[in-house]
Design a protein around this ligand. Structure first.
Ligand code: BG6
Length: 486
């Protein structure tokens, strides 16, 4: 028997992501039969009224997949209990409710923390005091701390009652199919890995562009900014998966050991000047007039960082990470740019032709998931004219049907106790160690404000000049794989 308890049940994440993911798993017959899902928040729903509300939101978020008969079969496993988790007195009541629901039998409980992060520490402590915690699991949404110190303090507080293997820190990018496929691409094929190093790769670019603006989330965003919101977690996770060594075994700790090693090898910056040289910030025009934004806010909605990884595989290969809110298109891509061939054989107007682009491997995480390899081809019926062409693999083309939302995979793994796709405590802390000094310099009063950029672009123009200073160029292509292939 399983009991999944969602704290923060009336929040947006629950109706937008968690319940739709659970419904899809039920529809596909992947959810354990004996599961009970219990929503907990302060709002005064009953199980019946909450189910009605969820039914309505499912129709909105899954317009193509919602079927009333499935919902009628699934919804009786959903329950609601109104409680205030800021009140210690409510936890024994929650425990009594859960035990009654479980008929006092043994159940694998998974507590999902989808509340405001300020409540996480208290939630962990109260659960430890009121219920038997030895076999229970906690799933914890991001943000996990707001800096190294708060992340360490949250880890310490949770570790006082729970073992590390009971704690599942969510980074939903790890649940994305293409992020997982990175491991398969690299370690289940023999043709890529021999090239996957400093001898063949000149630079790596990881871009996460979003069209969305900060909007309703401005109050949160004013404290977070792009660095905490996207880099500390998602972008560093993608970097780790791209740069890690092959794990000894395909299991949670072996994989996470290798990812942590990458984070430890990222060369720290030694001065504010070095940070400002290796980073650039932007803010979209109009951000300052958003409700709940300070009129002189210096919060970045665009950021780019240049990292070097000091290990045998990557020395000398810069990693450029970039994220934009209010971008012209929605796309998350990892681009591996290869070195030029050692000898320029082909001529243009009698001189060696250096103009052609080097080979490129492009891994598109979203919106259309797939891979492209860019290579040079002779243009037919010309003397020796060369043009870039590509091999393309598109998941939607090869595997028609649904690409599951990341939360389906993550929820299932948490229920089954597989932590491979969750961040370990040392991973989170090492990521903060990298981000904290940069954030400090970005926040310093003496640091100039971010460069403005118009909504609908890839960020400020200055970012092109910035990367040119390192003799490189951004690869800017709105979803290179069409999102609508049959
Ligand atoms: C969240 C960030 O973690 O990830 C958001 O808080 C961001 O600001 C979102 O929009 C991006 O996720 P996805 O899956 O839409 O790329």
């Amino acid at each position: 028997m399983y009991t999944l308890i969602i704290f923060g049940a009336s929040g947006d994440l629950t109706s937008r992501k968690l319940i739709p993911a659970l419904y899809q798993l039920f529809r596909k017959n992947r959810l354990p039969k004996s599961i009970k899902i219990v929503g907990i928040s302060r709002s005064s729903y009953t199980s019946e009224t909450w189910r009605e509300k969820l039914g309505e939101s499912l129709k909105k978020f899954l317009p193509d997949d919602f079927r009333q008969d499935f919902w009628n079969a699934f919804s009786p496993s959903i329950f609601y209990f109104a409680a205030d988790v800021t009140q210690a007195a409510d936890f024994p009541k929650i425990e009594t409710y859960l035990q009654t629901l479980e008929h006092h039998e043994k159940s694998q409980r998974v507590y999902y923390f989808a509340t405001s992060p300020v409540l996480y520490e208290n939630l962990g402590q109260q659960l430890a005091h009121t219920s038997c915690v030895t076999t229970q699991r906690l799933v914890i949404e991001k943000p996990f701390g707001v800096d190294l110190q708060t992340a360490q303090s949250l880890n310490d507080s949770l570790h006082a009652h729970f073992r590390e293997d009971q704690i599942f820190r969510i980074d939903h990018y790890l649940g994305k199919e293409t992020a997982q496929n990175l491991l398969v691409l690299r370690f289940a094929n023999a043709i890529f890995e021999p090239l996957w190093n400093r001898n063949h790769i000149s630079d790596i670019q990881i871009t996460a562009n979003e069209e969305t603006l900060v909007g309703q989330r401005a109050a949160f965003y004013e404290k977070a900014g792009i660095l905490r919101d996207m880099f500390q977690n998602h972008l560093l996770q993608l970097l780790s998966l791209t740069a890690m060594e092959p794990p000894a075994r395909f299991e949670a700790d072996a994989i996470r050991d290798e990812k942590v090693k990458v984070l430890r090898c990222i060369r720290p910056f030694h001065s504010p000047e070095e940070i400002l040289k290796n980073s650039i910030r932007g803010q979209y025009l109009g951000y300052l007039s958003t409700a709940n934004v300070a009129p002189d806010s210096k919060i970045a909605t665009f950021g780019a960082l240049r990292f070097t990884i000091d290990n045998w595989r990557w020395t000398g290969v810069p990693f450029y990470l970039r994220s934009t809110k209010g971008a012209g298109c929605q796309t998350t891509q990892i681009i591996l740019n290869f070195r030029q061939p050692p000898l320029t054989l082909f001529q243009k107007n009698g001189t060696p032709d250096h103009s052609f682009q080097s080979n490129r491997l492009l891994i598109q995480i979203q919106p259309a998931e797939g891979i492209q390899i860019h290579f040079q081809t002779k243009v037919p019926d010309t003397e020796m004219k060369i043009r870039q062409t590509e091999f393309q693999f598109n998941f939607a083309d090869r595997f028609p049907g649904e690409m599951p939302d990341a939360y389906q995979r993550l929820l299932l793994d948490a229920l089954h106790g597989d932590a491979s796709l969750f961040a370990r405590s040392d991973e989170v802390e090492n990521a903060w160690k990298i981000i904290d000094p940069i954030q400090k310099v970005w926040d310093a009063p003496s640091t100039p404000p971010p460069f403005p950029y118009p909504i609908g672009t890839w960020g400020p123009e200055e970012s092109d000049l910035w990367i040119q200073r390192f003799s490189q160029k951004w690869f800017d292509a709105c979803p290179v794989l069409s999102p609508n292939l049959p």
